[in-house]
Ligand binder design. Structure first.
Ligand SMILES: C[S@@+](CC[C@H](N)C(=O)[O-])C[C@H]1O[C@@H](n2cnc3c(N)ncnc32)[C@H](O)[C@@H]1O
Length: 209
């Protein structure tokens, strides 16, 4: 089983409990996740809505699937054509922190209480120096996405639950606790670069031989 399949199986284990599951998927490409979600919808009497900026309408065929050819932040259009009661939202379109935050805040309103939103590609570990996917751009982008998710959580600890899955490029798993409007994310006040911490690090450095 390859890494992508192992990751998708993890999603299945988190969402297969939902009867009549309603899924919103952002990002289709070749339809690997789409086909997996259609399978779940066929089993659980559910329905999948997928959105991609490219025409991916041919990747699958099912009466439990609707494909919307659009950018996922074209909210004026998309809001008119989707139902607004999703048990599961999968964010895997443009992997750019500001975009992830924008679509998350928008579609989160349409998640049911107890519903799950999974954001793909939040771990920078496989992309760091000398790792198996060594890639500076992806390392930096994924680290920023991870940070933004922490900042959203920090302002909304009473409204949502946050977990991480670190296999491969990872997932953030967010469970909705209530219908409160989410508060805007804020940078987390932290002491990583405080003078005290820098001095502490300086004096604890290992002496060169
Ligand atoms: C990583 S791929 C999706 C992979 C798919 N979820 C899977 O697991 O098989 C990302 C997809 O997002 C699409 N995409 C990029 N920017 C987008 C946007 N603004 N709105 C919708 N789709 C977008 C790309 O066209 C691409 O097909």
């Amino acid at each position: 089983m390859d890494q992508a399949e192992i990751k998708l199986d993890y999603i299945v284990s988190r969402i297969e409990k939902f009867k009549n599951i309603q899924i919103l998927e952002l990002g289709v490409q070749k339809g690997i996740s789409t086909k997996k979600f259609i399978e779940i919808c066929e089993k659980n009497d559910g329905f999948l809505t997928s959105i991609d900026i490219d025409d991916c309408s041919n990747v699958a065929k099912s009466d439990r699937w609707n494909f919307i050819h659009s950018s996922d932040d074209n909210f004026n259009y998309i809001d008119k054509v989707i139902k607004k009661n999703f048990n599961f939202i999968f964010i895997d379109s443009l992997h750019e922190p500001k975009h992830i935050k924008k679509v998350f805040y928008h579609y989160y309103k349409y998640l049911t209480i107890g519903g799950i939103c999974i954001i793909d590609d939040i771990s920078w570990i496989p992309y760091s120096k000398n790792e198996y996917r060594d890639n500076e751009f992806a390392e930096i982008i994924n680290r920023s996405s991870f940070q933004i998710i922490l900042e959203i959580y920090n302002q909304n600890k009473d409204n949502l639950m946050l977990e991480f899955y670190f296999k491969d490029s990872g997932y953030a798993i967010i469970t909705k606790k209530n219908h409160n409007s989410l508060k805007e994310s804020q940078p987390i006040a932290n002491r990583q670069f405080s003078l005290k911490n820098l001095i502490r690090k300086f004096y604890r450095r290992t002496p060169k031989k």
